[in-house]
Design a protein around this ligand. Structure first.
Ligand code: NAD
Length: 471
C-alpha cells in the first residue's frame, strides 16, 4: 500500500509514515464498526459512561506523549498543545455524564388513560468522523465523545498532515472499548475520506474542515440522504467598541489573531476599530506582536510556531502581497523570518489601509495576519461583520451593555465573544451559521447531533376507534 510521510512543520524533517488507505481498508473498518454497533448500542448508559471516563483517565496518563507528538507534527507551542489534550480528556468526561441523563421524553397523548407517546433518542449506527490538522484531538473528541455516548460506533479519518497523534491516542486510550467501536483509517481526503463518505454503511458524516471540502462531501452524501454534520471555515471579525480600553484590546487581539499561528477556524481575521482610535490600537498591537517569539513548539518560550506547510504559507504571502499591491501598508511583519531557513514560519503581520474587498478580508487566510480597518459607527461595523458569507464567530471588546446586546443580537454568527475571545465551554454549543455549515458540537446540541429521533405512539388496548371506516 502507498504511504504518507508526515513532516514536522518547524524543521521540515520527516517524522513518520502512515498507510494511505483506500476504499478496501475503509470498507473493512466500516464492516467492523457495523458489527460492533449491535453490542455497543445496547451497552447500558452507566457502562458506557465508565468506559468513556477510562478513556479520559488514559488521556491524562498519556498527556505528555500526546503533547510531544502534537508539537512535532502540528507545530503550535507546548502550552497550547497541553490545553488541547486537557480539553480532550474533559470533553470525554462531559459526555460520559451527559449521556447518563436522558433517552428522550414522554409527551402528552391524545388518550391519556390508554396511550403513551414516547420520543426516543437512538444512535444512528456508524459515524464517519473526518478531522482537520489544526486541532487533531480536540476536533475529533467533539465528535467522538458524543457519538459514542449516544451509542454509535465511529470510524475516524484524521488529516493526512497530522495522523500520528490521533493513531497514538486511539491505540493507547480506546483499546479497552469492544473491538470495532472506534476504528481509524489514515489517508488522503479524496481517497480514504471520500470512500468513508460514500460508504453505504456510514449513516452520519461528521466533518470539520474547509467550506470547499464540506461542499464536496455534501454532494457525495446527498443521494444517500446521510445525516451530515459540517463544521466549516470562517472569517471572524474582531470589533473594538468605541469605549474599549485600547491596551487590553490590543492584547486580546494579538491572542485572538495569532494563537496557533492564526490557524484557528475562529481566528480574528478582520479587525474593525473606530476611526478615532485606529492609530492607538495599531501602535499597541504592533508593540505586542513585535514582542512575540517564533520557534519550535517544544522549545521553552515559543509564542508562535510555524504554519502547517508550504501551501499554507504561500496563501498567507499571496494575501499580504495582494493587499499591499492594492494600497495596504505593512506595519510589522509581512515576510518570512530571516533567522530561520527551515520550517514554514511567517512573521506575525499587522496591516493597515486595507479594504473589505481585498482577499485578506474576504478569503480565510489561516495565518498570523492582523488586517485593521477603521469604521465610522457601530452600524457600519455590524454590517461589515454580516457581509461575509460565512458565520462562525465574532468578538466585541466593550463594557457598554447596550452595545453588547445590540451586537450579539444583530451579528449572524454561531458564537459571540464579548471581551474574552476564542474561549470554549463544553456545555455551550459551538458551530457556525451560513456557509460555515450550521452544525453544532458540544453541549446538549452536540449529543443531539449523533442521536436520531423516533416517535412511538403506543396504545395499550386493542379497542376499535370511532374514527375508523366506515365514515
Ligand atoms: P480540509 O477541508 O482540507 O480537510 C479537512 C479533512 O477533510 C481532512 O481530513 C481531509 O483529508 C478531509 N477531506 C478532504 N477532501 C475530502 C473529500 N473529498 N472527502 C472526504 N474528506 C475529505 O481542511 P483542513 O485544511 O484540514 O483544515 C482547515 C479548515 O478547517 C479551515 O477552513 C478551517 O476554518 C476549518 N475548520 C473549521 C472548524 C470549525 O469548527 N468550524 C474548526 C477547525 C477548522
Amino acid at each position: 500500500m502507498d504511504t504518507i510521510q508526515v513532516t514536522d512543520p518547524a524543521t521540515e524533517k520527516v517524522i513518520g509514515e502512515v498507510p494511505a488507505c483506500g476504499a478496501a481498508e475503509v470498507d473493512a473498518a466500516v464492516v467492523k464498526a457495523q458489527a460492533a454497533f449491535e453490542g455497543w448500542r445496547w451497552c447500558s448508559a452507566n457502562e458506557r459512561a465508565d468506559l468513556l471516563h477510562t478513556a479520559a483517565r488514559l488521556t491524562d496518563e498519556h498527556a505528555e506523549a500526546l503533547v510531544e507528538s502534537l508539537c512535532r507534527e502540528q507545530g503550535k507551542p507546548r502550552p497550547e498543545q497541553e490545553e488541547e489534550v486537557e480539553w480532550t480528556a474533559n470533553t470525554l468526561r462531559y459526555y460520559a455524564e451527559l449521556a447518563r441523563n436522558s433517552r428522550g421524553r414522554v409527551v402528552p397523548s391524545g388518550e391519556p388513560r390508554s396511550q403513551l407517546n414516547l420520543v426516543l433518542k437512538e444512535p444512528y449506527g456508524v459515524v464517519g468522523a473526518i478531522v482537520p490538522w489544526n486541532y487533531p484531538l480536540l476536533l475529533l473528541v467533539w465528535k467522538l465523545a458524543p457519538a459514542l455516548a449516544a451509542g454509535n460506533t465511529v470510524v475516524v479519518k484524521p488529516s493526512e498532515l497530522t495522523p500520528l497523534t490521533t493513531l497514538l491516542w486511539v491505540q493507547t486510550c480506546f483499546a479497552h472499548l469492544p473491538d470495532g467501536t472506534v476504528e481509524i483509517v489514515t489517508g488522503y481526503g479524496n481517497q480514504a475520506g471520500e470512500a468513508l463518505v460514500a460508504h453505504p454503511g456510514v449513516r452520519v458524516v461528521a466533518m470539520t474542515g474547509s467550506v470547499q471540502t464540506g461542499q464536496r462531501i455534501a454532494s457525495v452524501a446527498a443521494p444517500m440522504m446521510k445525516h451530515l454534520h459540517l463544521e466549516l471555515g470562517g472569517k471572524d471579525a474582531f470589533v473594538v467598541g468605541p469605549d474599549a480600553d485600547i491596551a487590553t484590546a490590543a492584547d486580546a487581539l494579538a491572542y485572538a489573531a495569532l494563537i496557533n499561528a492564526g490557524q484557528v477556524c475562529t481566528s480574528a481575521e478582520r479587525v474593525y476599530v473606530p476611526a478615532a482610535r485606529h492609530d492607538d490600537l495599531v501602535e499597541a498591537v504592533q508593540a505586542k506582536v513585535e514582542s512575540l517569539r517564533l520557534g519550535h513548539g517544544l522549545d521553552d518560550g515559543t509564542d508562535l510556531g510555524p504554519l502547517i506547510g508550504e501551501p499554507a504559507r504561500a496563501k498567507v504571502e499571496r494575501h499580504v502581497a495582494e493587499a499591499v499591491r492594492r494600497g495596504a501598508r505593512v506595519v510589522t511583519g509581512g515576510s518570512r523570518p530571516q533567522d530561520r531557513n527551515r520550517g514554514f514560519f511567517y512573521n506575525p503581520t499587522v496591516l493597515v489601509d486595507v479594504d473589505n474587498d481585498m482577499a485578506i478580508m474576504t478569503e480565510e487566510t489561516f495565518g498570523p495576519t492582523i488586517p485593521v480597518m477603521a469604521y465610522r459607527d457601530v452600524a457600519e461595523a455590524i454590517a461589515w461583520v454580516n457581509a461575509h458569507p460565512t458565520g462562525l464567530g465574532a468578538t466585541l471588546r466593550s463594557t457598554d451593555p447596550g452595545l453588547c446586546k445590540r451586537f450579539f443580537e444583530e451579528v449572524k454568527v454561531g458564537t459571540v465573544w464579548i471581551n474574552d475571545p476564542l474561549t470554549d465551554n463544553y456545555a455551550g454549543p459551538f458551530g457556525g451559521m451560513k456557509l460555515t455549515g450550521g452544525g453544532r458540537e458540544l453541549g446538549e446540541e452536540g449529543l443531539e447531533t449523533f442521536s436520531e429521533t423516533k416517535h412511538v405512539h403506543w396504545d395499550f388496548s386493542d379497542a376499535r376507534k370511532d374514527w375508523w371506516y366506515p365514515y
